[in-house]
Design a protein. Structure first.
Lengths: 798, 287
């Protein structure tokens, strides 16, 4: 459906909070101050694995300004989990607010609340701790060794104790179809092992929280949170207090990419200290603490795929070894998701996933833009490219012939979340991307500068998807996906939306405002979105899985339709006609074809409210019945310096199938941002920990670099393609976008590098150093054996 | 980052005043000139800071046969100088790739020398362009060469009571060219390896003089003397350089760290040596 049938959707609109942000007026969590507020600081373990033998806080209490000091002895004896994205019964509860058994450098030993941050820091220095140091396992491989030290002695899944043997937290093994037969029938089988890195979310705003005791004995919680109801469940569970004792406030967020799905316990510790002291308690992670509390899971992904000689995929087996870090914040779900997402990359009758999620003595990891899917894409889209070459089929063609189509089954979060594909822009994206990048001209033209033959160009592509939310046709017992919204009209004709979905900075609340304006026929600026809190807003799951618009937008549309119906009926009474005879446009109500004789919506609301006709208000609730994939195709052209291994992405095409475009600015922002983040994943981002001591080597932005605007292609060389699609299950036809735009970027860069120099690096990131070593290796072989170009390629792949 | 034991901050208006504070302050006092490196970490030993940004030491002035660059001159000021672009291109090039624009607006060339980080981008050009550093005390002005100024990673010869006042660089006559090259992980990172090259050519367009200095590949910036000698008499022909640049390995002793392995630094030092020599030569012949 074409975008231009809408009055509000598809346009470039300012985010509703844009001016406040641009002028510095908007208060982020870290800006909040309350009278008598205390500052919390956490004493962190210098060891990767140790037992606290003794701890003495007496000197810390003597520091001027210190009000409270707590250790593992003081915190509730409740095994806790923090994220509450998934159904609580499937999640792993494996941590206390403060630990006696510390499991990574930076783990929580004690906490101080003091009148100033300085006093709190000073007090940390005065806490005396004696540690018994234990052997540490820093990588999944080390943690899986039979003699590896056990990292956790107890954990629960839901309320059931888990028997932990070694460091494997969970496993999966799911088969669909007959994989053995599929491989037996295949003409060609490819088996590869890929590894991914551990980038940090690197969002601008650091995790912050202020917990403020109220006069009624309850607690106000202001936090950088991706979901106020999830936050309420989190604190309520870990402190053992009723949910209603907490009122969690929705705050605007300065970026999160998953980092603010409650990682690092700081919110719970501050809540606990606020209840103990009766005073507001503020906590904010330092950047180093951000590095020590979240990041994308590194994975070892083995894929085995069987094809017919014509390129039809017959069987696929993905095996995933997931390093979840020292606590299972995101449970074993990233293992299940990485493996599970490989099932939906292409149409394949015989599928198997196996995996294990492993504890290591490194900071706990979480979701990071893509929730396991960038890892899945890295493996499958590298493999597809190699298969295409071996089969002698154009890589785009191989992908095209194996695409999932409208009507096909889709596993949105692994095999437990099943929906049916109802819209697909895949063909449009492949066709346009191929043309825009200059695929046919550039695939065999590698020397752009004859005087600099050491610089080689190449083009490559990768495609994929991310789910839009986690809805399944039948309710599932895996993940929470349910949204509500309340909408009411004010007497000045404005509409006021009260819901709970978090806006991570992507413009989700502005998108909701657009939906309300479009459905009712209001001006965009006549819609107010309350930030609100868990006291006043009906339930919503956290904003993750690209569900902020697709999922949380559905009850917004439903509530707006109901409110519109009320307004039409009231206007009909005023016009003395039937509701079907009137329409609303730009906040004016009029009979069809008589726009000049309009009544302002404000007058209709006033008339209705003052005459006692009722309330122009509605609360809607939706459990989405689908999680449509938003398909993505990324094409890039790179220049590789074969003398230094440096890679420059010189041209890029980002193509998305996001259904109806709600706000063009926000969609394009996600596309370019996703490209940037994916390029960083491809080329440089990784957090490094000493393999023996577990000490972080680059836990700062001085050591851990992300790409800058200067590392991006020139803006003129980035083409953005938006497929013309309409998602029947979505709010006014919209799908998600936020995560898909990152997922295929790294393999697209890898495939372009291969096209340029015939070298493939299977473990992320593809640093200039790794590339140079591989290029030299190939050159040496060429010199020694004087082999042909074709032979070289085969050697590299071996 | 907060300086946890900092008690005093001085911002004098004159060089004399600054020197007298340095001499009279009893505790641990440190000079800052921009502070973009120094303030990135907590220096617990420091009790006082002396900011030299108000002393009028931000200047680029022609003198008799040389140029004077005040130690508090920012990279942005260097980039705005045609005089530097025309005559001391390696300095201009290095200033153009230091961190990002917001840093370049604050960070100073003298600050980079004071920090004495082996990867400091401002440093190799001073070796290559034969700079002299002028150090001021209450009683005298001392002149030292960069080779004698740096003593190790983050170490130099500056003593308490001494301020690095300016950098003097001689103008060259005849045909000359210089270049600066850098390898880093992204556009704002510290150098994995960097290099500055200065060459002069004779009437036959052969290199008659060369000065080459590499950074981030040894405890201090190092001159590649053997390489300098080897390029003399050549026309920076690529094939010849390919062999000749191996000589850099005699003088560098890189370490492995988060940014790079030693092995990679060895490899790319040769690459940027060749690149910088060719570029400096091309500039000398007016190409």
């Amino acid at each position: 459906m074409p975008v231009n049938k809408y009055d509000v959707l598809g346009k470039r609109l300012d985010k509703i909070e844009a001016r406040q942000k641009a002028t510095g007026k908007l208060k982020f969590t870290g800006d909040l101050k309350f009278p008598g507020m205390l500052h919390c600081k956490i004493l962190r373990s210098p060891h990767a694995h140790a037992i606290v033998k003794s701890i003495d806080t007496s000197e810390a209490f003597k520091v001027d300004g210190v009000v409270d000091v707590i250790t593992y002895e003081d915190v509730p004896k409740i095994l806790s989990m923090h994220q509450f994205l998934h159904v609580p019964e499937v999640m792993y509860y494996d941590s206390y607010l403060l630990e006696k058994h510390v499991r990574h450098v930076g783990d929580r030993v004690a906490a101080v609340a003091a009148t100033t941050e300085e006093a709190a820091k000073e007090a940390l220095k005065k806490i005396k701790v004696e540690y018994e140091i234990l052997p540490a396992a820093i990588t999944a491989e080390d943690a899986l060794k039979p003699d590896a030290a056990q990292i956790h002695e107890e954990a629960k899944r839901g309320d059931k104790p888990v028997e932990l043997k070694g460091n494997v937290l969970d496993t999966c093994d799911v088969t669909i179809g007959d994989v053995d037969k599929g491989f037996a029938d295949a003409d060609y089988v490819i088996e590869r092992t890929y590894r991914t890195s551990k980038p940090n979310n690197g969002q601008l705003e650091r995790t912050a929280v202020v917990c403020v005791p109220r006069d009624d004995g309850r607690l106000d919680v202001y936090a950088t949170s991706q979901g106020i109801h999830a936050m309420r469940m989190n604190i309520s569970h870990s402190l053992g207090i009723p949910a209603s004792k907490l009122n969690c406030h929705r705050m605007y967020l300065g970026g999160t990419f998953g980092a603010h799905i409650h990682t690092g316990f700081i919110e719970n510790i501050c809540a606990f200290l606020a209840l103990r002291t009766g005073r507001p308690v503020r906590g904010e992670k330092t950047r180093e603490e951000m590095f020590l509390s979240c990041g994308r899971h590194p994975m070892i992904v083995k894929v085995k795929a069987g094809f017919t000689k014509d390129g039809k995929l017959l069987a696929l087996h993905s095996d995933v070894t997931d390093d979840t870090g020292s606590y299972a914040f995101s449970g074993s779900s990233k293992m299940a998701l990485t493996a599970g997402f490989t099932l939906s990359m292409y149409k394949c009758p015989n599928l198997r996933i196996t995996g294990r999620s492993v504890y290591t003595n490194t900071p706990p990891l979480t979701a990071m833009r893509g929730a396991g899917n960038p890892q899945a894409h890295w493996a499958v889209e590298n493999m597809m490219e190699e298969a295409a070459e071996d089969l002698g089929i154009d890589p785009i063609e191989l992908r095209r012939m194996n695409l999932l189509q409208v009507g096909d089954r889709f596993f949105g979060q692994g095999p437990q979340v099943i929906s049916t594909i109802r819209s697909s822009g895949n063909d449009q994206l492949l066709e346009k991307g191929k043309k825009l990048i200059g695929w046919d001209e550039k695939r065999n033209n590698h020397i752009p500068y004859p005087d600099k033959p050491w610089i080689r160009r190449g083009v490559g592509m990768a495609r994929g998807f991310h789910t839009s939310g986690c809805g399944s046709e039948k309710p599932n017992a895996f993940i929470i996906d349910h949204s509500c919204a309340t909408l009411k009209m004010n007497e000045d004709g404005t509409a006021q939306l009260m819901n709970a979905a978090a806006d991570l900075g992507a413009g989700t609340l502005s998108a909701h405002a657009s939906l309300v304006a479009e459905v009712i026929g209001l001006k965009y600026e006549d819609v107010i979105v309350n930030l609100g809190d868990s006291d006043s807003a009906p339930f919503d799951g956290p904003t993750h899985a690209s569900r902020g618009l697709y999922g949380a937008g559905q009850p917004v549309v439903k509530a707006a339709e109901e409110v519109k119906q009320i307004l039409l009926e009231w206007a009909a009474r005023m016009f003395q006609c039937g509701p079907e005879d009137v329409e609303i446009k730009e906040s004016k109500v009029f009979k069809h074809n008589e726009p000049e004789n309009y009544i302002p919506v404000a007058d209709v609301v006033r008339k209705g409210h003052f005459s006692g006709w009722g309330a122009a208000a509605s609360t809607a609730s939706v459990r989405p019945k689908a999680c449509p994939p938003h398909f993505i195709a990324i094409f890039v052209e790179v220049e590789v310096n074969t003398l230094t291994g440096q890679v420059k992405v010189v041209n890029a095409v980002s193509g998305v199938d996001t259904g109806t475009v709600v706000n063009l600015n926000n969609v394009e922002g996600q596309m370019v941002g996703g490209l940037h983040m994916g390029m960083g994943y491809a080329l440089i981002e990784d957090t490094i920990f000493d393999r023996k001591t577990g000490e972080p080597k680059n836990a700062s932005f001085a050591g851990f670099h992300i790409l800058t605007v200067k590392d991006m292609p020139d803006p003129d060389n980035i083409d953005l393609v938006i497929a013309d699609t309409f998602e029947p299950t979505g709010p006014l036809g919209a799908k998600g976008i936020g995560e898909g735009v990152t997922n295929p970027v790294a393999p697209a860069v890898a495939n372009a590098i291969y096209n340029a120099v015939g070298v493939r690096i299977n473990d992320l990131p593809m640093t200039q150093e790794k590339l140079l070593a591989k290029i030299k290796e190939v050159e040496a072989k060429m010199d020694d054996l004087a082999m042909t170009q074709k032979n070289v390629k085969e050697t590299v792949r071996e | 980052m907060k300086q946890s034991n900092l008690r005093e901050y001085f911002r004098p208006k004159t060089l004399d005043e600054a020197l007298s504070i340095l001499n009279s302050y009893e505790g641990e006092i440190k000079i800052i000139a921009g502070g973009t490196d120094m303030l990135a970490d907590d220096h617990k030993e420091i009790e006082a800071l002396l900011d030299i940004d108000q002393l009028g030491l931000n200047y680029i002035e022609k003198a008799d046969g040389y140029i004077r660059i005040g130690s508090a001159t920012t990279y942005t000021e260097i980039l705005n100088s045609d005089e530097i672009y025309e005559n001391f291109r390696a300095i201009w090039d290095s200033a153009s790739v230091v961190a990002d624009k917001s840093i370049r607006n604050i960070a100073t060339i003298g600050g980079n020398l004071g920090s004495a980080v082996p990867s400091g981008d401002a440093i190799p050009p001073l070796y290559a362009l034969d700079a002299t550093l002028v150090i001021k005390t209450t009683t005298e002005e001392k002149k030292v060469k960069p080779e004698d100024f740096f003593t190790g990673p983050r170490k130099n010869i500056l003593k308490k009571g001494e301020i690095l006042k300016e950098i003097q660089i001689p103008y060259s006559d005849g045909a000359f060219g210089s270049d600066f090259e850098k390898i880093a992980r992204n556009s704002v990172d510290l150098a994995t390896a960097n290099i500055a090259v200065f060459v002069k050519i004779d009437e036959d367009k052969k290199i008659s003089d060369a000065r080459i200095a590499l950074g981030a590949v040894a405890p201090t910036v190092v001159r590649a003397d053997k390489l300098e000698k080897a390029v003399i008499g050549t026309k920076a022909e690529e094939e010849k350089l390919e062999e000749i640049v191996k000589a850099v390995e005699d003088v560098i002793s890189p370490i492995s760290d988060v940014r790079s392995s030693a092995d990679y630094r060895y490899k790319v030092s040769r690459v940027i040596a060749k690149r910088a020599i060719m570029k400096a030569y091309d500039r000398a012949i007016g190409k």
